[in-house]
Write a protein of this length. Structure first.
Length: 95
């Protein structure tokens, strides 16, 4: 993958907003050490917390959610036989 990771994207957005790690964590409602670990890719945020990140950073929720889900899916399925077939079946089920 050549694009930013989710954690890197959060750091990029945070820096663009001029927020310190502690300021951003306070806006999101988490401990700054947790945010640091997320930015360093040592852990993932819970999927139901993505809106809090988008709101805190004034970033488009849909775009951030899609970015998060795409990364998680790609990491989970990287190198897995029949991953494309399984994704196609999943897409059909979601329709």
């Amino acid at each position: 993958m050549t694009q930013l990771s989710f954690g890197q994207k959060l750091r990029y957005i945070r820096h663009g907003k001029g927020l310190s790690l502690k300021q951003a964590a306070e806006l999101i409602g988490i401990d700054y050490t947790t945010l640091s670990k997320i930015e360093k890719e040592e852990r993932y945020p819970q999927i139901n917390s993505i809106k809090a990140y988008a709101d805190a950073y004034g970033f488009d929720y849909k775009e951030l959610q899609i970015f998060y889900l795409t990364e998680r899916i790609l990491k989970q399925l990287d190198g897995v036989d029949y991953a494309i077939d399984a994704l196609n079946n999943s897409i059909n089920e979601l329709k």
